[in-house]
Ligand binder design. Structure first.
Ligand SMILES: Cc1cc2nc3c(=O)[nH]c(=O)nc-3n(C[C@H](O)[C@H](O)[C@H](O)COP(=O)(O)OP(=O)(O)OC[C@H]3O[C@@H](n4cnc5c(N)ncnc54)[C@H](O)[C@@H]3O)c2cc1C
Length: 419
């Protein structure tokens, strides 16, 4: 006999879990909802971890999605600092880290992702940070108080954002990346050129097409218990002095619970879901970074690490739990801020495009890039051109086919609503 029961159990109190809980109530669901999160904080905005929370521009309270009183008013039982240790989809029970067992009728698995850790010589030295949660940002901020020179490993969003944030608060930053240009893996070389210039203009050194080989320890000071990082050594043999290091080396879906519950996993490593986001176990759905879904517009399995997608999936699961679900068909949206220097927005998913069409001017910092694969629009990146993004979203929702030649997009006089 379980210690207690809930109509809905949500595992993971991040973007997807919180959105699902709220949507259940917004749709008038009156049953019991338990939202379990292993972090000590109330559900918060994770994107702030590398931006305004890291810089100190906003405090912990401002990161919260809602206050404790609002969760209470919705009668959502929010268990913080509690982990789900075991999921039994057949018995429909979960075991919690506080030793209690809870039976459920329906369950959402929204366990998110964990940082991808690189195991290289020296990786256990002090002063090497990864960034996922508020507590990680606290540790980076505390270390940055005495550090002058910070090395960022990685050339994607988290590394670029952290370099921008720490530079804006007066730190000297060097980035080491395997990419040819910052963000070029996800946005191509034209956009990469623009972001490289934006970072370099603010004094950030970028070491590109190179990779991390090992960390060297700094000389141990008197009374110091543990050795600290003192330098980053790259595969090409460069030795970059570092008072601290922040790793922006990606994330892997947290499928520990799913795997032990024998849920089917997909080719991206996420939990394999049907178009309705239901997993291989009846009554168990997945959403957010952990979820691999069969995307209707893309015609293939996708796993997306975007805040808005996680929220949209959480809401879609709430609808499905109440019998009002359908295929998950949203056009993915992502944004990123490099301090207050530049905001980029992205719609769609452009993995493996064969053509880029630039609209606007990279030099002026007002441009959009449309990514095509075999003549079909797959994604669009925009900096200071929000209208272009809206048109791209509309075109993507309609399947990405264009009437007329794709080159027409480049002309600023072309009316995109006619495409
Ligand atoms: C530093 C950083 C900056 C980002 N910036 C942006 C941005 O600018 N724009 C954007 O679109 N996206 C951004 N993202 C990505 C975005 O935050 C994620 O896509 C989103 O948070 C995913 O939501 P989620 O609910 O799937 O997972 P998460 O937000 O990771 O939440 C999952 C939660 O589940 C908990 N959990 C895991 N296992 C268990 C368990 N067994 N029991 C209980 N709890 C468990 C975890 O501790 C975690 O709190 C950023 C991510 C990071 C790390």
């Amino acid at each position: 006999m379980a210690d207690f029961s809930a109509d809905v159990v949500i595992v993971g109190a991040g973007a997807a879990g919180a959105a699902c809980a709220q949507e259940l109530r917004a749709r008038g669901f009156g049953g019991s909802v338990v939202l379990v999160g292993r972090e000590p904080d109330l559900p918060y905005s994770r994107p702030l971890v590398s931006k305004d929370y890291l810089s100190g521009a906003v405090g912990r309270e401002a990161t919260r999605l809602r206050s404790a009183a609002e969760w209470d008013a919705d009668e959502i039982e929010l268990l913080t600092r509690v982990s789900v240790m075991k999921l039994d989809p057949e018995a429909r029970t979960v075991k919690l880290s506080d030793k209690r067992e809870c039976s459920y009728d329906k369950l959402l698995l929204a366990t998110g992702a964990n940082v991808r850790r690189l195991r290289v010589p020296g990786s256990d030295l002090d002063g090497i940070h990864y960034l996922r949660a508020l507590a990680n940002a606290d540790a980076v901020r505390a270390d940055a108080q005495t550090a002058e020179h910070v090395v960022l490993v990685g050339g994607s969003f988290v590394a670029c954002e952290v370099a921008a944030t720490l530079t804006a608060i007066g730190k000297r930053c060097t980035m080491v990346m395997t990419e040819e240009l910052p963000l070029s893996d996800v946005a191509g070389t034209q956009a990469g050129w623009f972001f490289a210039r934006a970072l370099q203009e603010r004094g950030i050194e970028t070491i590109t097409s190179d990779s991390l080989e090992r960390f060297e320890a700094a000389p141990v000071a008197e009374g110091q218990a543990r050795a600290r990082v003192g330098a980053v050594v790259t595969a090409s043999g460069r030795e970059i002095p570092a008072d601290m290091v922040v790793m922006g080396t990606g994330a892997v879906p947290d499928v520990m619970l799913a795997r032990s519950a024998k849920l089917a996993l997909g080719e991206t490593g996420g939990v394999a879901c049907a178009r309705s986001l239901e997993t291989s176990a009846p009554g168990v759905w997945a959403a957010g970074d952990v979820c691999e879904f069969d995307s209707v517009p893309h015609g293939r399995a996708l796993r997306i690490e975007h805040w808005d997608v996680a929220e949209a999936q959480g809401r879609a699961v709430a609808a499905a739990m109440l019998g009002a679900g359908g295929d998950f068909t949203c056009v993915p949206y992502f944004w990123s801020d490099l301090s207050d220097w530049c905001k980029l927005e992205y719609v769609g998913v452009a993995e493996g495009w064969d053509r880029e069409v630039l609209r606007g001017s990279l030099e002026d910092g007002a441009f959009s890039i449309f990514y095509f694969d075999q003549g079909v629009l797959r994604g669009c990146l925009a900096v200071n051109r929000p209208d272009d993004l809206n048109h791209a979203r509309r075109l993507l929702a309609a399947g990405g086919g264009l009437r007329g030649p794709v080159d027409a997009l480049a002309g600023l006089t072309t009316d995109l609503s006619g495409l």
